[in-house]
Design a protein around this ligand. Sequence first.
Ligand code: SAH
Length: 252
Amino acid sequence: MKPVIILVETQLDQNIGKVARAMLNFDLTDLRLVRPKTEHNNDTARRLSAGAERVLENARVFETLPSAAHDLTHLYATTARPRELIKDVYSPKEVATRLESIHTPRGERVGFVFGSERCGLENEDIALCKAIVSVPLSRDFSSLNLAQAVILLAYECFQASPAKAALQAYDEPPATLAEYEGFFEHLTGELEKAGYFREKNRKGVMTRTLHNMFSRMPFSSQEVRTLRGVVATLVNPQGIYSRPKKTRTPQS
Ligand code: SAH
C-alpha cells in the first residue's frame, strides 16, 4: 500500500524538496500539490530533495482538493490541532494498522492531506476526509515541520504488513472521492432547489456539516449509486401516486 501525498497551499519550496526526499525513503512517488504558493521543481526544492528529483518532476498540480484526490478511496487529513469537526482521530501507527487491509488490486488507494506551514488545513478540506491523523506530541509544542509529518506517516505505512489484504469483510470496492463528490453535488443541488439553504449566511456551515457526515462513512461505489437513486426518486417520485393507471382488460 503506497499512499499518495497531497500538499495543500505549501508556502516553502524547501519543504516540498524535503517532502520529496522523505517520500522516496519509503518508496512513495505520487506527490500532488493543491494551489502551491511556490515553485515545486526549482533549484532549492531539487537540492533539498537530495536525489529525489524524480518525485518533484512527476508531481502534479491541482486547483482543488477534490480534483487532486478524485481517484482515492481512503483520504485522511493530517493536523496538529484538534478541530471542531466530528471525525475520528488516529495516530500514524493506528491508521497504518487500519490500512493493512487496503485491497490495491481492487482499486483502493490511500491519500494523506497536509496543510500549509502557516495555517494548516481548512476545515472545508478536512470535512472531505474520512478521518484525521495526528502525531501525538508534547501538549505544549505539537506542531511538526511539514516534511517531518510526512516522514512519520510514510514510516508507519512502510512498516505495515500488506498480508492482511486477503481478510476482507466485504467484497464491494469502496467509493472514490469523485463518486462521493458526485453524490454530494447531486444532493446539495436538490436541497438548494427545495429551499434547504434558506438562511444564506449558514449555507457554508450546513454544507460543510453534510460533507463531513457523508465523507466519514465507508460507503462502497454501489452504495453511493444507491444513495443517488434515493435522492433522484425523492425529487421525482415514481411511486403509486404517479404511476399511470392500468386499464383493465375485460375477462374473457
Ligand atoms: N501552523 C499550523 C501547522 C502547520 S504544520 C497549524 O497550526 O495547524 C504543516 C502541516 O504539517 C500541517 O498542516 C499538518 O498537515 C502537518 N502536521 C504538523 N504537525 C502535525 C502533527 N502533530 N500531526 C499530524 N500532522 C501534523
